[in-house]
Structures are given as structure tokens and as C-alpha cells.
Design a protein around this ligand. Sequence first.
Ligand SMILES: NC(=O)c1ccc[n+]([C@@H]2O[C@H](COP(=O)([O-])OP(=O)(O)OC[C@H]3O[C@@H](n4cnc5c(N)ncnc54)[C@H](OP(=O)(O)O)[C@@H]3O)[C@@H](O)[C@H]2O)c1
Length: 255
Amino acid sequence: MTIAIVTGATSGMGSEMIKTIIRAGEDFDEIWILGRRKNRLEAYEKAFPDTSFRLLALDLSTREDRERFRILLEDVKPEISLFVHAAGFGIMGRIDEIPDREQEEMAEVNVTACISLTGSVLPYMKRGGRMIYFASSAAFLPQPGFAVYAASKAFVLSYVRALRAENRDRALKITAVCPGAVKTEFLLRAAGNRTLPFYKKLVMADPAAVVKKAWRDNRRNREISVYGIPMKAFRLAAKILPHHCFLAFMGRHSG
Ligand SMILES: NC(=O)c1ccc[n+]([C@@H]2O[C@H](COP(=O)([O-])OP(=O)(O)OC[C@H]3O[C@@H](n4cnc5c(N)ncnc54)[C@H](OP(=O)(O)O)[C@@H]3O)[C@@H](O)[C@H]2O)c1
């Protein structure tokens, strides 16, 4: 059985990915879709009656559910032709303001689940298969007022680049997607009752456009997908300028 797997399927860019996969018309026996909100997973079956979905209502912040996913793969032993890992969340605020438990949960979903799910899917990835991971432009430098999130996405970017290098002989196409702010539910949870920093509002992107570029970049086997000129410029600046210049500025406009 050949399958595609999409985490973060219940909203935003994961949801756009599912629509893109279906539009592309590739031949999967099943698309496995993962998220906590079961009603949203079920909605795909109604919206796309010709597609076979396997609904995985799992909470990736828990070891039990990550283990359920691993055991399911061991039982079914599918051939995975596409793995999209879009599950993730962020919470804005100073380190000393956000409850420790919420910061740990961010690390569990953004970092631990990335490690665990990759370890689970890798043995079943088809030669030449595709893997798309959502990191963030927050990976390019530390962010005061978004510290754990930015650090978690720096992890994802570094991890994915190493994964790609380790799996060259399997011809896997592996891409880290690094958008700036994107108009999805992510921002509601991230900002809570705070106002977004003005520079994030300035560069706000459309999720369908980000996903379209990510899909194309992964097909071309690009290591990193960055949508839009402002974020490309930001990435370049973060490479060539000392980070303390940004940190002084961002520190004043966050928190
Ligand atoms: N939007 C942005 O500004 C932005 C910018 C850069 C990078 N990103 C990254 O892009 C990815 C997709 O974000 P998005 O903008 O599409 O956000 P979104 O609309 O909020 O979607 C996030 C997805 O992650 C899932 N998720 C969150 N916690 C989970 C958990 N404990 N267990 C299982 N699934 C969980 C959610 O599903 P349930 O709630 O149903 O579990 C949802 O499907 C994330 O990794 C995010 O960090 C977003």
C-alpha cells in the first residue's frame, strides 16, 4: 500500500497541503491525516469522497499517541511516498511570562514529535520519496518574545538539513519550509490577546501561496523553501549581519 501522510491536517498549511496533494492527482492508496480535532479530519471524507483517508486523531504532545503512530506503521508496513509534517504551534511572550508547561508543550510538539515521527516513518519511506517539514523563518535567528518557538524551529531546520544529507543515497527529496508570518489559526494561538509586532503584519503571507511554493521547491529537491522577497531578504540579512543588531531591535518591539 502506497500512502501520503500529513500532520497538522486540521487547519492552515497542512490543510492546504492536503488540497494540493489531491489536486496533483498522484496515486496514493490512502492519505493518512493527523490532528487532534476529529471533526475536522472527518470533514475531508465528506469534501473528497473519491479519496481514501485514514483519520489519525492523535495528540503529538503525548508520548502515548506518538507511540500509537509508530505501532500503526509497524502493523500496516505501508510504502510512504510523501510525508508532510506541518503540526506545530507557538506562543508569544517572554520566557518568564509563559508557564513552563506551555513552553514544554511547544518543545514536545515542535521538536520531540519531529524526531519521533521521522524515526517512525523513515524505515517505510519509498526510494525517491518526498518529505516536507514546516520549520519557520524564526529558525534564522533567536527571537526575544518568541524564544522557545524560534529555538524549536532552529532545531527543525538543522535536523532536516542533516536528515537530507544522511539520506542522499535513498534519493529522498527533503525540504524545510521557512515562511514568515502566514495568515492561519496559528497566529490566534501565538498572539493570544497581544498585538502582533508590526513587522510581522507587514509581511503576512497567504497559506495557499506558501504551500504552492513549498510543493514546487520540494519537487525540485530544494533544501529550503522561503516564500516572498521580504523573507528571502531577512534570511540573507540574518546570514551576513551580526545577530545582536536584530536582537536589540526585536527586543524593543516584543514582549
Ligand atoms: N502561520 C504562521 O505564521 C507560521 C509561520 C511559520 C511557520 N509556521 C509553521 O507551519 C506549521 C503549520 O502552521 P499553520 O500556520 O498551518 O498553523 P495552524 O493553522 O494553527 O495549524 C497547526 C496544525 O498543527 C496541529 N497541532 C497543533 N498541536 C498539535 C498536537 N498537540 N498534536 C497534533 N497536532 C497538533 C493542529 O491540529 P489540532 O489542533 O487539530 O491538533 C493544526 O492542524 C507549524 O509547524 C507552524 O509552526 C507557521
